[in-house]
Design a protein around this ligand. Structure first.
Ligand SMILES: NC(=O)c1ccc[n+]([C@@H]2O[C@H](COP(=O)([O-])OP(=O)(O)OC[C@H]3O[C@@H](n4cnc5c(N)ncnc54)[C@H](OP(=O)(O)O)[C@@H]3O)[C@@H](O)[C@H]2O)c1
Length: 354
């Protein structure tokens, strides 16, 4: 839904926000899904699938059989496994959704790939670029679909942003700003503070602004970061400046210490886009003119269940015989993991065993 008030600058074509081209998630071909690690995001994912898609969740695997059974009962899932290995070996499962902490993504996704399953892996894709590269290589060798569950990429408002950029409606883009900070209570037991679970702000929250800047600017020419460690030694806060090959800048922030606006903006010579917080979920987009005048806005029809769009994209790609999505290509996921590695190196943060 857009409210169109075309703005016409002297000598320029009118600019308005194009409507999203996002296909209906409900119309994506049905796949049988298996869920690894029934925690918080797995709960939201299954809720979104059951409410907004024709996807079927046929099995769940937990490290604990009782947790698997409780999750299966809650969502009427036919099969509950007390291990991840049993789940990935279930031949009725088309695609495995990996929803464990970052430290487990590599091993669990690799197991699923080797069992011949398609795989959707929660963000951040892996702990580091080395693991990401190995997973991508394994999936290509096995001929299975693999995608980072960077759900933002598949949301309707982001398709509006992509179209504005593709059409050059902002003129020459110079500045991208984005942040993601949450005020977390210091708790050594929480996965976000645990070095052994690859915690920290960057992989969990900072990956969103980094991925957004990557989508807008393309490959970065440089990455510079300053940061502060949390009390457990993981990265608690990072401010990152990236430059694009075009010379444009991205100014990005992530923190576990404070709730930030979680907004994003893209500024160019003809105007700018502002995405309200939380920019990484279904959000308003405002188009603002060069002289700061409001021109148009996009309002999402649906605020909840945003995780359904990535599942629909995976289902469409797999049904079409594709091994990756153009909206979140594996080469870009790998580039983003390299950026996260660089930021952690600047901050002096390494995970155990790296
Ligand atoms: N897309 C989004 O909006 C979004 C939001 C939040 C998180 N995430 C991502 O989703 C993933 C999981 O986050 P979450 O918030 O759902 O975490 P969570 O609530 O802590 O759940 C993670 C699950 O992983 C399993 N697990 C496996 N090894 C574990 C270990 N060593 N310690 C703790 N749990 C372990 C546990 O299930 P069992 O023991 O039952 O197997 C646990 O319930 C992360 O990659 C995170 O970045 C995405």
């Amino acid at each position: 839904m857009t409210q169109s008030r075309p703005f016409v600058a002297a000598g320029a074509a009118p600019i308005v926000l194009p409507p999203p081209r996002t296909p209906s998630p409900r119309e994506a071909p049905t796949l049988n899904w298996g869920v690894v690690a029934p925690g918080s995001i797995a709960t939201q994912f299954v809720e979104a699938l059951q409410k907004y898609t024709a996807q079927k969740v046929v099995a769940v695997g937990s490290r604990d059989p009782e947790r698997a059974r409780a999750f299966a009962d809650r969502f009427t899932i036919p099969t509950a496994y007390g291990s991840y290995t049993e789940l990935v070996q279930d031949g009725r499962v088309d695609i495995v959704y990996i929803a464990s902490p970052h430290s487990g993504h590599f091993e669990q996704a690799l197991q699923a790939i080797e069992a011949g399953r398609h795989v959707l892996v929660e963000k951040a894709f892996t702990r580091n670029a080395r693991e990401a590269e190995q997973l991508i290589e394994a999936a290509r060798k096995r001929g299975v679909f693999l995608m980072e569950a960077m759900w933002t990429r598949f949301l309707p408002h982001i398709d509006v942003v992509r179209q504005v950029l593709d059409r050059g409606l902002l003129g020459e883009v110079h500045t991208v700003m984005a942040d993601h900070g949450q005020a977390m209570e210091p708790d050594a037991a929480h996965r976000l503070f645990a070095p052994e679970l690859a915690g920290g702000a960057l992989l969990d929250l900072g990956v969103y602004p980094v991925s957004f800047a990557s989508m807008v600017l393309g490959p970065f020419a440089s990455v510079t970061a300053v940061g502060t460690k949390a009390f457990t030694g993981v990265d608690g806060q990072a401010s990152i400046v990236v430059t694009a090959e075009s010379g444009a800048h991205g100014v990005l922030n992530t923190t576990l210490f404070a709730r930030t606006p979680t907004t994003a903006s893209i500024s160019g010579t003809r105007g700018r886009l502002e995405i309200e917080g939380s920019f990484y979920g279904p959000a308003w987009v405002r188009l603002i003119g060069r002289d700061n005048q409001p021109i148009d806005r996009f309002v999402p029809l649906q605020r909840d269940g945003g995780l359904c769009y990535q599942a629909a994209e995976a289902a469409r790609c797999i049904s079409a015989g594709r091994l990756e999505s153009d909206l979140m290509p594996l080469a870009e996921t790998l580039r983003i993991m390299h950026v996260l590695d660089t930021v952690r190196r600047d901050l002096g943060v390494a995970f155990p065993g790296e």
